[in-house]
Design a protein around this ligand. Structure first.
Ligand code: NI
Length: 158
């Protein structure tokens, strides 16, 4: 198990566009494995390669169903709308309300560089959209409706 350092808001790398992966290599396999380790260690549901300082189009997602690796993902279909609270491992201690599609379909290459697709609704759709935004250099804070809140505000309310 190897953890990578998570880059946080203010780090320029989070605003850069990523490049496509052209071939699977041992280094990229190791990166994907480390991304999952880092994701689970942080109790997150998704992590994009630029968040660990690598400008490649790679995302790992685990919303509690199955672990998904999306290489060179492209969202090809969305529908509906959901508004809910969203956070990001690169914006620690914060959350905000974001409107996303309620359904998203994404095409990508799997770990064997074979074409694959994934459809999601609700949390999975939100996560797919959030992570693909990272690859384009965008953070959810750009889309927050109203204020960004501190996680401890939530604890006070409860
Ligand atoms: Ni994020």
């Amino acid at each position: 198990m190897a953890l990578r350092q998570i880059r946080t808001i203010g780090d320029d790398i989070l605003n850069k566009k990523c490049k496509d992966v052209k071939e699977m290599t041992p280094r990229i396999r190791e990166l994907i494995s480390d991304m999952f380790d880092t994701l689970y260690d942080s109790n997150g549901v998704g992590l994009a390669a630029p968040q660990v300082g690598i400008l490649k189009n790679i995302v790992v997602i685990d919303c509690g169903d199955d672990p998904h690796v999306l290489i060179n993902p492209k969202i090809v279909e969305t529908s509906g709308e959901q508004t809910g609270s969203e956070g990001c491992l690169s914006v620690p201690g914060k959350f905000g309300m974001v409107t996303r599609p309620n359904y998203a379909k994404v095409v990508f290459l799997d770990e064997n560089m074979q074409p694959s697709e994934l459809e999601g609704t609700e949390l999975l759709a939100r996560c797919i959209c959030h992570e693909v935004d990272h690859l384009e250099g965008h953070l959810y804070v750009e889309k927050v409706e109203g204020e960004l809140h501190d996680n401890d505000e939530l604890e006070e309310e409860e």
